[in-house]
Structure formats: structure tokens, C-alpha cells
Design a protein around this ligand. Structure first.
Ligand SMILES: C[S@@+](CC[C@H](N)C(=O)[O-])C[C@H]1O[C@@H](n2cnc3c(N)ncnc32)[C@H](O)[C@@H]1O
Length: 294
């Protein structure tokens, strides 16, 4: 007798299989991949758990599960990831946007809503999929703030993804992209209201210890921060303090408290005010921020 593979049974098979192959969220991964295969919502997987899969669905689901078992990120398999309320296309040219980076967007939005915030452009350095720049653009437009937003990256392939995302979200007019290091063409002195970045900050000797799903798939350019992880952040902070208007904000994600301490010292030494480092979430990741003195 041929076996009937229902939704419930497929999940009961795929979850321990993915766990055995190193997934840290095997049930969620299996559910997302089953939704992508069937077009169902996650809730439907429970309501209709007795629904049998069609032979073509079975074949497609097994192929997706095999990709995930080889540690390919779920977001690359699905081709999209939601970030701070915007849906982004993602692929191997860009880092998968992380939930902790949403805190960087919140930090910027909070500051830009204050009376102390200068008017004028904000820039996202190392934009990748466009995550920070596009989330900022969407939220600023929603509250009637039409300030221009610049976004740089040294990866032409990443910028292609970011531009496509801007078009898809109807935000082209809000953004100017530049293939350039650090602030690129947006570095004019005393011109910017905010400089934001989630740069590569992993210490080089820790790259080999990252999970396979990261080190085997995500771009090295997005991860490798040099010997102490601050190769991009250090010159960026210095450039930002020149390009910001008095009172303008610099904020960036970094990997741990030690990097945070170094960056706070650097910012204070360069004359910035309110330099601080705040942890985000339960892990070591943190946000360093400061303002150019008025
Ligand atoms: C950690 S990823 C962040 C991507 C995106 N902002 C996010 O949060 O999902 C860092 C990005 O910085 C880019 N990058 C690396 N070095 C850079 C530099 N010197 N100037 C500008 N961008 C750089 C990489 O290509 C990569 O897209």
C-alpha cells in the first residue's frame, strides 16, 4: 500500500531531519518551506494537517528540505525576508537581514523624530539588500518625512538587489544608491543629519568558527571586519563626524562590548558627544552611537 504523506506527517519527518543536519530552528524552517511549497499559511498547516500532499508538492518540498539540510539559509531558499515591516528580496549576493538590526532602524527613527535632529539627508553605509535604508525610507515616508536617503555598498551585486527592492517597494524616488566605500559621494562636510551602518564586524580569526549556514553562504564582504573587526567602522566613524551637521547622529551595529568600548573611545577622542554603546537582544551584538557636537 502506498503511504499517504499528509502535511502533519511531512512536518513530523522534516523537523528531526533538519535538526540532525544542524538547523537551530528545525520546526520553523520546515513550516516555512512547506508553506512555500503549498502556498498555504502557517496556520493552515495545523488546521489542515490531514491534507495529503500532491506528488509534485512532495517532490518540491523534499528538494527544499535537502537544500536546507546542506545549511543553505532559509531566506535564500525562499528568496525573501521581512525586515522592520518591509518585505525584501534576498539572495547569495547579500547578507540576510537580521532581526537585531531592526534596533538600528528604531534608533535612527527615534532620533530623527526629535527637535534636536537636523533636517537633511541620512545615509546607510553597507546597505546590502537595502534593509536599513528601505526600512528607514518606508517609516519616514509614513510619517511625512521626505528627507533624502543615501545608501552605499562596495558590492555591485548587492546594490543590484537593493535597487530591485527599492523598485519593488515603490521607494526609488526616496533613495540614491552609490557603489563606493564608506560614505562615498555623500561625504561632503557638515551635510548629513544621520549616518547609520551595519558594517562587516566579525574578527577575521572568528570567521572559520561561524555556523556553516553563515560562513558557507553569506558574502565574506558582509562579514569580515579585519583583524579586530573594526576595519570599516573606525574610518566610517571618523568620516561620519566630518560629514554630519552639528547635532547629527552616527549609529552602527557591532559585534560585542569590547568593540563598543573601542568605538566609544574613538568617538569621544574625535570630539563627539553622547557616545555610548548599548546591547541589543540577548546576544553580544550592540549599537554604538554618538552625535556631532553642536
Ligand atoms: C553586514 S552587511 C549589512 C547589510 C545590510 N545593511 C543589513 O543590515 O542587512 C555589510 C555590508 O557592507 C558592505 N561593505 C563592506 N565593506 C564596505 C565598505 N568599506 N564600504 C561600504 N560598504 C561596505 C558589504 O558588501 C555588505 O553588503
Amino acid at each position: 500500500m502506498t503511504e499517504i504523506w499528509t502535511l502533519g506527517r511531512m512536518l513530523a519527518w522534516a523537523t528531526p531531519f533538519l535538526q540532525k543536519h544542524g538547523s537551530e530552528s528545525p520546526r520553523l524552517d520546515a513550516e516555512l518551506l512547506l508553506c512555500a511549497t503549498t502556498g498555504l499559511r502557517r496556520l493552515d498547516l495545523y488546521i489542515d494537517h490531514e491534507r495529503p500532499l500532491q506528488p509534485d508538492e512532495l517532490e518540491r518540498f523534499r528538494a527544499l528540505i535537502r537544500r536546507r539540510a546542506r545549511a543553505e539559509p532559509v531566506a535564500y531558499i525562499l528568496g525573501h525576508k521581512s525586515f522592520h515591516g518591509v518585505e525584501l528580496q534576498v539572495g547569495p549576493a547579500v547578507l540576510v537581514p537580521r532581526p537585531e538590526t531592526e534596533s538600528l532602524v528604531d534608533r535612527a527613527l527615534q532620533f530623527l523624530a526629535t527637535e534636536a535632529a537636523p533636517s537633511g539627508m541620512v545615509v546607510d553605509v553597507g546597505t546590502g539588500s537595502g534593509a536599513v535604508a528601505l526600512a528607514l525610507a518606508a517609516a519616514l515616508r509614513a510619517r511625512g518625512d521626505a528627507r533624502p536617503i543615501g545608501a552605499t555598498d562596495i558590492s555591485a551585486a548587492a546594490l543590484d538587489v537593493a535597487r530591485a527592492n527599492a523598485t519593488q517597494l515603490g521607494l526609488d524616488a526616496a533613495l540614491t544608491f552609490a557603489e563606493a566605500p564608506l560614505l562615498g559621494p555623500f561625504a561632503a562636510p557638515s551635510s548629513l543629519a544621520g549616518v547609520y551602518s551595519n558594517p562587516p564586524y566579525i574578527r577575521r580569526d572568528r570567521l572559520a568558527g561561524l555556523p556553516l549556514t553563515v560562513r558557507g553562504y553569506e558574502p565574506r564582504l558582509a562579514l569580515d571586519g579585519g583583524e579586530d573587526g573594526l576595519d570599516v567602522l573606525r574610518p566610517l566613524a571618523r568620516a561620519a563626524l566630518v560629514a554630519l551637521q552639528p547635532g547629527g547622529q552616527f549609529a552602527a551595529e557591532l559585534g560585542d562590548r569590547e568593540q563598543g568600548r573601542e568605538m566609544v573611545q574613538l568617538l569621544q577622542g574625535a570630539g563627539a558627544v553622547d557616545a555610548r554603546c548599548d546591547p541589543i537582544g540577548p546576544g553580544p551584538t550592540a549599537i554604538v552611537s554618538a552625535r556631532r557636537a553642536v
